[in-house]
Design a protein around this ligand. Structure first.
Ligand code: FMN
Length: 396
């Protein structure tokens, strides 16, 4: 059978959390759910043992009770959060509106499906029986999507797993994985989620090593080798931004970067502003490099390129992303495509291209890690975490 790749990709890419567009009026036949479970059961399984057990709940009284437990475990919090965010334009506002809607209407959803598995996670970190259920449950969601039904992967109710087990008669020794509300979907269009392109989140051969193209066997600098370091910092983007946008801050932590000065001190910083960076390296000596701001969006991104804005020797970028209870700071560099010390070294010893690149990337990685750690220390010092673990308290 020839695959219709576009349709398969479409189903995979548009299986999103459906909450407000669940059709609460149209009944869902068990047969279609069973068909989707048959498909899901083909997913890989540790030891090739089928140990998944699925519960389809359509009984109104049981759904009412599940909805109560969900409301107590998370729904009330979701509704209160949405009320706080309503009209603010906060990045979480839409998700919270949708989550609150589900909490308010869970009992009206035609079917609630709870995938479970025989076994209890042993915490060994080894993939085993327990880990055989998520991929299957996700296949179920994709199969639903392909048939015009929608669902949302939810786990908040699992903080009350004992109550759910008692309600549904789930015996000890079983693990509940998720709670999937299922209904026909209103409308068919689904927007893609905002995600980074694969090249930004995929490392080649070693963690943190990126390539803009390739990499090819000769590890050519024209393919744009790079490094990414990231930290989740328990501070707001505003606190972190002051260090990120301070072109001198890294000098205290890097073994190579000595300091920088704006070419025009008094001008407001915008894309195109220039500064000169000073560096030192035991093998290279001391040198200055002209730098040009390539990205400037307060509290979001600060980037610059070196030597020539049209043909940079390297491209540097800090970007900040607000996540639950923290800010994810990402610091990346891509070498080339223009000439640089590294490209000169490669021109002299082209047969050592791969080694020169990997050594240079490692040096950059160490320094970038030191800088990002310095930023973390300073930002968390001026803004202590709001809760003990800093995770539960969303930044406002
Ligand atoms: C592990 C996990 C647990 C989740 N738990 C809940 C939940 O309890 N309630 C809920 O409304 N959504 C839950 N979600 C759904 C996410 O909030 C959802 O993915 C997010 O709203 C983004 O929507 P999207 O899936 O369409 O990108 C969960 C998602 C995952 C992956």
């Amino acid at each position: 059978m020839q695959f219709d790749v576009a349709s398969v990709d479409h189903a995979l890419m548009t299986t999103r959390a459906v909450r407000r567009r669940l059709d609460l009026e149209r009944p869902v036949d068990q047969e279609i759910l069973l068909e989707c479970i048959d498909i899901a059961e083909q997913a890989p399984s540790g030891g090739n043992q089928g140990s998944r057990r699925w519960i389809i709940v359509q009984d109104q009284e049981i759904k009412d009770r599940i909805a109560e437990i969900y409301m107590e475990s998370a729904g009330q919090w979701m509704i209160a959060s949405y009320e706080k965010l309503e009209g603010t334009g906060h990045p979480q506002e839409k998700v919270m509106a949708s989550a609150a809607h589900l909490a308010q209407h869970l009992a009206e959803v035609p079917a609630i499906v709870i995938p479970t598995i025989i076994g209890v996670h042993d915490g060994s970190g080894r993939p085993g029986l327990f880990d055989s259920v998520i991929q299957s449950a996700w296949s179920f969601c994709v199969a639903l999507r392909a048939r015009g039904l929608g669902s949302a992967w939810t786990t908040a109710i699992l903080s009350r797993r004992d109550d759910l087990a008692e309600l549904l008669g789930i015996p000890e020794g079983m693990t509940q994985i998720a709670m999937l509300p299922v209904a026909w979907m209103k409308g068919t269009d689904v927007r893609l989620a905002p995600r980074r392109p694969a090249r930004e989140v995929t490392y080649f051969d070693r963690f943190a090593t990126t390539w803009a193209t390739g990499p090819h066997v000769d590890h050519n600098i024209d393919d744009g080798p790079g490094v990414v370091v990231e930290r989740d910092i328990k501070a707001s983007p505003a606190s972190i931004w002051q260090f990120v946008s301070d072109i001198n801050f890294g000098a205290e932590f890097s073994s190579e970067f000595v300091g920088a000065r704006w070419d025009d001190h008094d001008a407001e910083v915008t894309v195109g502003s220039s500064f000169t960076g000073s560096n030192q390296h035991e093998a290279i000596g001391e040198w200055d490099v002209p730098c040009f701001v390539s990205s400037y969006s307060p509290e979001r991104s600060f980037g610059w390129v070196t030597s020539d804005p049209d043909n940079p020797g390297a491209q540097w970028l800090f970007d900040l992303e607000r996540i639950a209870g923290a800010t994810r700071l990402r610091f990346s560099v891509t070498l080339g495509p223009g000439p640089s010390g590294t490209s000169h070294a490669i021109a002299q010893m082209p047969e050592k291209s791969g080694k020169i690149i990997s050594r240079r990337l490692l040096e950059h990685r160490r320094n970038m890690e030191a800088v990002i750690e310095g930023i973390q220390r300073e930002a968390e010092r001026i803004e202590p975490p709001k809760s003990k673990d800093g995770v539960k308290a969303p930044l406002s």
